[in-house]
Design a protein around this ligand. Structure first.
Ligand code: PMP
Length: 369
């Protein structure tokens, strides 16, 4: 039996020979490879989660609120409070991580016979979820400095007429934010070509020097802003992502969502976390300062760094980035090799973790020069 492999099964053609998403989960002293928040949730929040989950446990014999009304209302309040742009329950949808939000969007607006475009290097799951939903993937261009080449992007949209356009800002793995004018121009190009849906992935927006693009939703029913509690809220283990868009988009994704997809435990935990937004955003400020320190010190050591608006930094250049990744790992620090030739990515950790990382790359620089 054990000699049966994936490709011996009647899997869909487009899955043959492919590998699953997989950042290594290694047991090393300093793990700075998956853009997690290094700070565990504060103890009063852990207590509040326990209370809320205990309460939810009493009615686990029943299905959860299918429409997650209380949670979506609180997420809408969070968005309104932090952006100044009025968002309500009808404009917000939530799912198990923003990956599931993206999957639901692709099930709704992509699918067989349709295509999605992203500007690469960018978040690899956009392409993978496209493949998983039978959506054709188009790899759009970027400039040498990892900014979006607007003219080339507009040409690609006009030529391929994709059904879904992904814009990640701040971008992962490069860290740079996309100017609002560029997003607007891409939206216009996408409307002229099809019209198509434009999904702005703001997973890291709380770490940005700039503002959320939420106000752009006004009068743009084909725009979707995707967000997550995995990064700024320090709750990657919770699996809670959400989107803000025109209420018609929220209605549309309900055509594909599984009934009761958000468990009562998930809803209770997310609600508890939202009660502690102030404290959690305090950690974000510390991480932003550490991110800026990483940028400065990496440059002082002699590395090239891509300007970062996220909780991670892309640095290089290496003639062999995989070898450099391995040498940093040998010094007990796990960073990420995203397959961008010449570059690696490090997540901002605690000051002590960042010191350990900086010591490792300082030693590497000495060894390589
Ligand atoms: N979007 C981007 C750009 C990301 O980097 C990530 C996580 N690495 C996600 C979405 C998915 O996050 P989650 O499913 O944890 O919300």
């Amino acid at each position: 039996m054990s000699d049966v492999r994936i490709d011996d099964l009647p899997v869909r053609d487009e899955l043959r020979g492919k590998s699953p998403y997989g950042a290594p989960q290694l047991d090393v002293p300093v793990r700075l490879n998956t853009n997690e928040n290094p700070y565990p949730l504060p103890e009063p929040l852990v207590e509040r989660i326990t209370e809320r989950v205990r309460e939810a446990a009493r009615t686990l014999n029943r299905y959860p609120d299918r429409d997650a009304v209380e949670l979506r209302t609180k997420l809408a309040e969070y968005l309104t409070d932090t952006s100044g742009y009025q968002v309500g329950l009808a404009d917000v949808w939530a799912a198990n991580g923003s990956n599931e939000v993206i999957q639901q969007l692709l099930q709704t607006f992509g699918g067989p016979g349709r295509t999605a475009i992203g500007f690469e290097p960018s978040y690899s799951m956009h392409a993978l979820i496209s493949r998983g939903t039978g959506t054709g993937w188009i790899s759009g261009p970027r400039n040498e400095d990892f900014t979006i080449d607007l003219a080339a992007a507009e040409r690609a949209i006009a030529e391929h007429r994709p059904d879904v356009v992904f814009v990640t800002t701040p971008n992962n793995p490069t860290g740079n934010a996309v100017p609002p004018e560029t997003v607007l121009a891409l939206y216009e190009a996408a409307q002229a070509a099809k019209p198509s849906m434009v999904v702005v992935d703001e997973a890291y927006i709380e770490f940005s020097h700039g503002d959320s693009l939420l106000p752009l939703l006004d009068g743009r029913p084909h725009l979707v802003i995707s967000r997550t509690m995995s990064k700024a809220f320090g709750a990657a283990g919770l699996r809670l992502g959400y989107l803000a868009a025109h209420p018609a988009v929220v209605d549309a994704v309900q055509l594909v969502r599984l009934p009761y997809h958000l468990s009562a435990v998930t809803q209770a935990t997310a609600l508890a976390a939202l009660e502690h937004t102030g404290t959690l955003l305090g950690y974000v400020e510390q991480l932003k300062a550490e991110r800026d320190r990483l940028v400065t010190e990496l440059r002082e050591i002699g590395y090239e760094v891509t300007a970062s608006d996220a909780n991670f930094v892309q640095f290089g250049r290496f003639t062999d980035s995989h070898e450099a990744w391995r040498k940093i790992l040998d010094r007990g620090v796990l960073v990420r090799d995203n397959g961008v030739p010449g570059w690696l990515r490090v997540t901002a950790g605690t000051p002590e973790e960042n010191d350990a990382f900086l010591d490792a790359v300082r030693a590497l620089k000495k060894e390589q020069s």
